[in-house]
Design a protein around this ligand. Structure first.
Ligand code: PEP
Length: 253
């Protein structure tokens, strides 16, 4: 099976409605002949239904940045997986470091969200990654292995064929400090090794593992040249049409 190549943009809590439409139209206009390259955007939830319509047939897929795990109920302010699915999105970003560290989501919450995504027909993009102090303590692999083990509890091998993992070291997100391609590649290998032990070597081999953390047009080529980096999850640089287009065109022009 050919490996997937995935270029995704997490817009976080940025953009008014008009700006979001302008950004998506700009990406649409500049979409490369990607030769199978996949592009995903994660806009703020209030724009999802409209942006899904706007992206139809363009090659751009849309995902939700976060959701709750219950189908419905007295959970003021939350969005359910059923509601997310109803907007037409294909993907759900789960366990982003801002969800883990600003909103205190636990691995248990994240596991419930991963399972809820599958239950409602959404494809999860599960984010893992260590804090700076965890890297400095010398055990970033243990952190990521634990996040995978707990986050994927009771996820079947079959479901793993619709799973994407994003390695996002927390110290590299929004800081301008990109992980070196060597660090990213090593951590991606660690992720594959863990998936191999939890599932099978075939599952580990085909699983798309994306890198996220200060990806820019200036550093994408080096990162993307590494064997274990199947794509990227881009924050800041996905908010500008030209910088996101430069990233998704890497090695094409
Ligand atoms: C992100 O939000 O997932 C991210 C990687 O942000 P940035 O690219 O801005 O570091």
């Amino acid at each position: 099976m050919a490996k997937r190549e995935i270029f995704s943009g997490n817009w976080k809590m940025y953009k008014t409605y008009d700006e979001a439409v302008e950004l998506v139209n700009g990406i649409k206009d500049g979409m490369p002949d990607t030769g199978g390259r996949e592009v995903i955007v994660f806009p703020p939830a209030v724009y999802l239904r409209d942006l899904v319509k706007l992206c139809k047939g363009s090659g751009i897929e849309v995902g939700i940045q976060n959701m709750y795990f219950e189908k419905e109920g007295a959970f003021t302010g939350e969005i359910s997986p059923l509601m997310a699915k109803d907007t037409g999105v294909r993907y759900a970003l789960i366990g982003h470091s801002e969800r883990r560290h600003v909103f205190r989501e636990t691995d248990g919450d994240i596991n419930k969200k991963v399972k809820a995504a599958f239950e409602f027909g959404l494809e999860p993009v599960l984010c893992v990654g260590e804090l700076l102090e965890e890297r400095e303590a010398g055990n970033p692999e243990d952190v990521v292995n634990r996040q995978l083990e707990l986050g994927l509890k009771d996820v079947s091998s079959e479901q793993m064929s619709n799973m994407i993992i994003a390695y996002e070291p927390v110290w590299a997100i929004g800081t301008g400090k990109v992980a070196t391609p060597e660090i990213a590649d090593t951590m991606h290998k660690t992720i594959r090794r863990k998936i191999g032990s939890l599932y099978s070597s075939e599952t580990a081999e085909i699983l798309p593992v994306l890198y996220g953390g200060s990806v820019k047009p200036e550093n994408i080529a080096d990162l993307y040249s590494r064997d274990n980096i199947d794509g990227v999850l881009v924050g800041g640089a996905s908010l500008k049409i030209n910088s996101f287009l430069d990233i998704i065109h890497v090695n094409i022009n």
